[in-house]
Design a protein around this ligand. Structure first.
Ligand code: PLP
Length: 393
């Protein structure tokens, strides 16, 4: 028998990938399935970005780069953060990553060990808890509540901090709820965190460009009092429709930067060189395709929320960010995962049950509106028919 470490009994997964695989298997059998399960833009990467990657390869950029990324890209990230948020970031604090996930992986690895507590949003991106458990640290869920517009609560977060807390993970705009936390609430949290100078913060801002109804994203880099213990997670996946390129970035404080650089050297050496040149073109090029994509998401968001609120037993708060709707299905009588599974198998609509995002996810499901309006309307029609005719299992 192979003897592997016990941590692998605790590591979790992201069920969106399992739902995607099942949806594709059904499609391969000839079934008509509308996939509102996976969280990725349905747009193509803008053509000038693709061209930049091709050019980079033709120009001979096919070797290793520095583990922390090419200098022009780190400079472009710093300039972009300055342009959008007015924050000073040294390119030496920016690390280019193979996607957004490696930043959470590394950050949790830096602080997680038995006896340590790590706080994370629940419902939230499933990898947070999975990785916390993997390290042997104690996961401490911070409740994200519908009655609070799915914003995190500063008061509730601060109350959960103990002398064992090492890291707090924040995410706004949020997956799976689409919730956005406003400036007043973030201010309150940062004020409270001044009493806990040993607690690190990882702010997952991967959806920062996707806010609606005039909601302004608050970048945590704008708070000087936490800069020496703040890790920023961001990347190209969602903003530029580049999920498959595996390109992201982190901003680390100096001590952690070197840990991350060493982890990179041990793990992946560097990020794919041509993808880095594509990322550079994305930041330096015109941003109108990003704006057009967000405007299109906004339209679909309205269609989806309106449609969901007409379904029997369903009520859906209007999400202010990302590209997810997170309706309350408690009055349908269905358990969330049973509903998601039956909708996929019997009605050809792939969605994700709330419990896949945490203990507090029961009674909710997540639908991504990164799909065409036509498909969204068709899916809503199928859901209406299903909920009107089928008894809760
Ligand atoms: N953070 C959140 C909140 C996400 O929803 C996702 C992807 O779904 C990621 C990070 C990971 O992004 P990437 O695909 O760049 O690793």
């Amino acid at each position: 028998m192979l003897k592997t470490i016990a941590a692998f009994d605790r590591i979790g997964e992201e069920n969106a990938f399992a739902v995607l695989a099942r949806a594709n298997a059904l499609i391969a059998q000839g079934r008509d399935v509308i996939n509102l399960g996976i969280g990725q833009p349905d747009f193509r990467t803008p053509e000038f970005i693709v061209e930049a990657a091709i050019k980079a390869l033709r120009d001979g950029h096919h070797g290793y780069t520095a583990a922390n990324g090419i200098v022009p890209l780190r400079e472009a990230v710093a300039a972009d953060l300055h342009k959008r948020y007015g924050v000073e970031v040294s390119p030496d604090a920016v690390m280019i990553m193979p996607g957004g996930k490696p930043t959470m992986f590394m950050s949790i690895l830096m602080f997680g060990e038995p006896g340590a507590e790590i706080m994370y949003p629940d419902p939230g991106f499933p990898i947070y808890r999975s990785m916390i458990e993997f390290t042997g640290a104690t996961p401490v869920p911070v409740p994200i509540r519908e009655e609070n517009g799915f914003a995190f609560s500063a008061e509730e977060t601060l109350k959960l901090i103990t002398p064992k807390t090492r890291l707090i993970i924040l995410n706004s705009p949020a997956n799976p709820t689409g919730g956005v936390t406003g400036k007043a609430e973030v201010d309150k949290l940062i004020d409270g965190l001044e009493k806990w100078p040993d607690v690190a913060i990882m702010s997952d801002e991967i959806y920062d460009q996707m806010t609606y109804d005039g909601e302004k994203h608050v970048c945590l880099l704008s708070y000087p009092s936490i800069r020496d213990r703040l890790i920023l997670l961001n990347g190209w996946s969602k903003t530029y429709a580049m999920t498959g390129w595996r390109l992201g970035y982190a901003v680390f404080p100096p001590k952690l930067y070197d840990y991350a650089r060493k982890l990179a050297v041990n793990l992946h050496s560097c990020v794919n060189a041509s993808a880095q040149y594509a990322g550079l073109a994305a930041l330096k090029g015109p941003q109108d395709e990003v704006r057009a994509m967000v405007a299109e998401f906004d339209k679909r968001r309205k269609v989806m929320v309106e449609g969901l609120n007409k379904l029997p037993g369903v009520s859906c708060a209007t999400p202010k960010g990302a590209f997810y709707a997170y309706p309350n299905i408690k009055r349908t009588g269905w358990k969330a995962k049973a509903l998601a599974s039956s909708l996929l198998e019997d009605a050809g609509v792939a969605i994700i049950g709330g419990p896949d995002f945490g203990i507090l996810g029961e009674g909710y499901v997540r639908l991504s509106y990164a799909n065409s309006t036509e498909n969204i309307l068709k899916a809503l029609g199928r859901m209406n028919e299903f909920l009107s005719t089928r008894k809760a299992a």
